[in-house]
Design a protein around this ligand. Sequence first.
Ligand code: CU
Length: 168
Amino acid sequence: MARFQSIVLAAFVSLIALPALAQEFKGGDITIDKAWSRATPKGAAVGAGYLVIHNHGATPDKLIGGAAEFAGNVSVHEMSSDNGIMRMRELTAGLEIPAHGEVVLSPGGYHIMFTGLKQPLNKGEIIKASLIFEHAGTIGVEFAVGGVGAAGPAGAAKPDDSMKGMKM
Ligand SMILES: [Cu+2]
């Protein structure tokens, strides 16, 4: 009986997670999916966005920036470990999306950085931003906001520690 209940619960959870995951955003040869973000604590000035970018074209493209009404600035960042300390830096030359390839932006790696937040990002909200590509142009993307510790777009995975010990 307990097993039956957990299967029913799992089915229910995946049903409510599906609409956000199924969203796809297109421009030129680029499609974007699995766009999600994390809730931010009250007063936080920065937030991050994660997504998967697919390039269906025969030439490489480049994600060079973005814009959002809820943030003062939208940029492309990379997080990496430097002697055990997580650091992030802006990819001022842009993030290359290989021809017929894909790039995953996820916690601990590449991400969209929202700085100068004008409002907190709340769990359950959909936040809209536009991303700018060198060739594909501007693509509007909606990010599903998960919990503060969300590790993936479904918001049901275990929390990770990628934001701890981070130096700006
Ligand atoms: Cu960042």
